[in-house]
Design a protein around this ligand. Structure first.
Ligand code: SF4
Length: 315
């Protein structure tokens, strides 16, 4: 038995003993996705966090996701195996700056992406994810003025799709901004049948060459249903694990980043979570997510509004 097998057995035992579940994001490593009780994107994970019977939720993802789980299930213990698992996008939107931004743009409905800290959510009217951002904006009256934060690329994508009056916060994700258009086109030249599939957090030039644009789960659905055989995938490379599981006979190429010394398109924050840290965290029930009660209550409202709209729209 290797050390990974040992962790898997122990994690299963601890989960049963403590009535715990593991929620894992698609950007986790394949082995972690395989031991999770539920794997999904931000929308599906928040829906799952709001409806489960566990006493403990261990979140294999980054901090804003674990915070969202805690906000939706305040009576449960929520564990994040490494508190350094942050997010460059969430970090690009700080409370005092965003509070000022809202004051400087009065009379607008504040829609923030789930990739934000709990205090930013508490300043928001509705939360969205990349799976429902367009539909959430479209669910509002046509003349409603909007602030969209923090991802400028997703914001521009939503603005172009909806034509609404939207003021956009200037934040970005270090993974999705890093894809190289030149390297993607080179890969396409070498593999002319490959379809380019792109997350809306990517920059406009990359979105412009896409055969399909969608959230992480939409990209997965696309590769499942599409008749093509090969794909250049412009999002965090962890999703390719699920794509291969669903359609092992197809070919998937991670879109190359600008920094060719790395050659990968992985989120360093997501990859801080390891099997060993999950085991230790479940064992000692730490580190635990805690959120100031007032912030938690204020942050809950816009998330619930997102879940209600999503449910109504069948998302
Ligand atoms: S991929 Fe980007 S948006 Fe997602 S957690 Fe990592 S830094 Fe944040």
């Amino acid at each position: 038995m290797n050390s990974s097998d040992k962790y898997i057995l122990e994690i299963k035992r601890l989960k049963a003993e403590k009535n715990a579940i593991i929620l894992a994001h698609y950007y986790q490593t394949g082995d972690i996705q395989d031991i999770a009780d539920f794997v999904g994107d931000s929308l599906a994970l928040s829906q799952k966090a709001a409806s489960n019977n566990a006493d403990i939720i261990l979140f294999a993802g980054v901090k804003f996701m674990a915070e969202t789980a805690k906000i939706l299930s305040p009576d449960k213990k929520v564990l994040l195996p490494d508190m350094n698992a942050g997010c460059s996008l969430a970090d690009s939107c700080k409370y005092p700056d965003f509070e000022k931004f809202i004051k400087d743009n009065p009379g607008r409905t504040v829609i923030t992406y789930v990739n934000t800290t709990a205090d930013i959510k508490a300043l928001s009217d509705i939360i969205c994810t990349s799976s429902n951002a367009v539909q959430i904006v479209e669910s509002l009256p046509p003349d409603e003025k909007i602030i969209f934060a923090p991802d400028r690329n997703l914001g521009n994508y939503v603005l172009n799709k909806t034509g609404r009056d939207i003021v956009i916060w200037n934040g970005t994700c270090h993974v999705h901004e890093e894809f190289s258009l030149e390297a993607i086109l080179k890969l396409k030249k070498e593999n002319p049948d490959a379809k380019i599939i792109v997350h809306p957090e990517c920059e406009l030039p990359v979105r412009m060459v896409a055969d399909f644009i969608g959230s992480t789960s939409s990209l997965l659905q696309f590769t499942k249903k599409d008749k093509g055989k090969s794909y250049i995938v412009a999002t965090e490379a962890g999703i390719i694990h699920q794509m291969k599981k669903e359609n092992p006979d197809k070919n998937y190429f991670p879109a190359p980043p600008r920094d060719s010394t790395c050659g990968c398109s992985e989120c360093s924050f997501m990859k801080l979570i390891t099997m060993e840290k999950i085991y230790n965290s479940l064992k000692i029930e730490k580190p635990e997510i805690t959120i100031d009660k007032d912030i938690l209550i204020r942050a809950q409202k816009p998330i619930l509004r997102m879940l209600e709209i999503s449910e109504k729209l069948g998302l």
